[in-house]
Design a protein around this ligand. Sequence first.
Ligand SMILES: C[S@@+](CC[C@H](N)C(=O)[O-])C[C@H]1O[C@@H](n2cnc3c(N)ncnc32)[C@H](O)[C@@H]1O
Length: 388
Amino acid sequence: MNYQLLALCPDELKGVVAKELESLGATETKEAYRAVYFSVSERDYYRVHLRARTPSTFIRVLKSFGKVSVRGVFNLAGKVAWSDVFTSKKTYRIDANIAERGEEFPSSNEFSRQVRLAIEAHFKKNDLEIPNVSVKEPQVVITAFYAKGTLVLGVNTSKHSLHKRGYRLDGHPAPIKETMASALLDMMGYDGTTAFLDPMCGSGTIAIEACYKALNKACHIHRKKGLFGFEHLKDFNSELWRTLQDEAREEREETPKHPICASDINASYVDLASKNALRARVEKYMKLETASLFDIDKPAPSGIMLTNMPYGERLWTEEDFLDFYKKVGDHLKQKFTGWKIGLFVAEDSPWKFIGLKPTRKISLLNGSIKTKLLIFEIYEGSKRINLG
Ligand SMILES: C[S@@+](CC[C@H](N)C(=O)[O-])C[C@H]1O[C@@H](n2cnc3c(N)ncnc32)[C@H](O)[C@@H]1O
């Protein structure tokens, strides 16, 4: 039996997400609004939850309907055999989301009320106890999504957002999401077969995700029991889930084949990165140091650098900001011949002052901030460009 799922992700990451899912066995991938539809076998259903690094949420589709009107929601939601999905003993919540409200479409509250009434009617009709709703800590999260006359009823099988790998402590003002860090690594073509460096690592997210890739480590192997939504569903195959977790431990590489280095000018962030690496159980594989980028040399003749440029430091003037970006360009050109460099920058930062010609510019949204991944190949004789 195959499962139909939706992987939610930022719109610009759909291609990366679809490719990753296909590498994990997904078929029939199809891009939709901020999501990728796909189909998987039971085995790969569990494998994608354990291993997928780039999507933020998985929704298992229970039923979808076209040409839906408000009056139809209760009846259509009644077509799902809810007691086959979860038992009366489980608590649940409905996350209702209306992406495009048609003329007659009601509030999200009314929308979720119609679905809840249909769930209650189903349990009642089958002489079963009606399950309790828990808004704060439900075991099962039902999703009801409406856009352009289409209603999709599903269940959130990841439940806790997939960027929550469980290793990151608070303490950095601008950490990048783990899912975005991992997608950027994919865009850079990093697969552990070259040296890696993040010289402005902050809390260490990008380098930790690089370790996961290089080690072929399943990014959710340390997620605590009960935190995935699928564990609370009636068809949860705990034996298969345990087998796949054991397999993932066996498939993990002993050690990365090439160095993974990270540094930051701020010693307290390096300390935080070290704690996070320890929590992610990759501390042995990462070389961490406190240093300015301008004192860092390439750790190998060739490799991949990926870093999240500062959005502006406290006490920086506009001039300091421009000067910093210019100095970064100079340093990379002088010291990183043979390297492929990815700089993740805010669109409104003075990135043009880096003064090197990117081979690729990819526009992305980091939360609500417009950003770009600038990719440079530094070779002998790379020229600074005229800023005009
Ligand atoms: C946007 S943050 C990086 C956040 C990081 N990706 C994370 O997930 O936590 C930029 C980092 O650049 C560091 N930084 C600023 N100037 C630097 C310099 N000259 N050399 C090295 N790091 C620097 C800051 O301390 C800050 O942690």
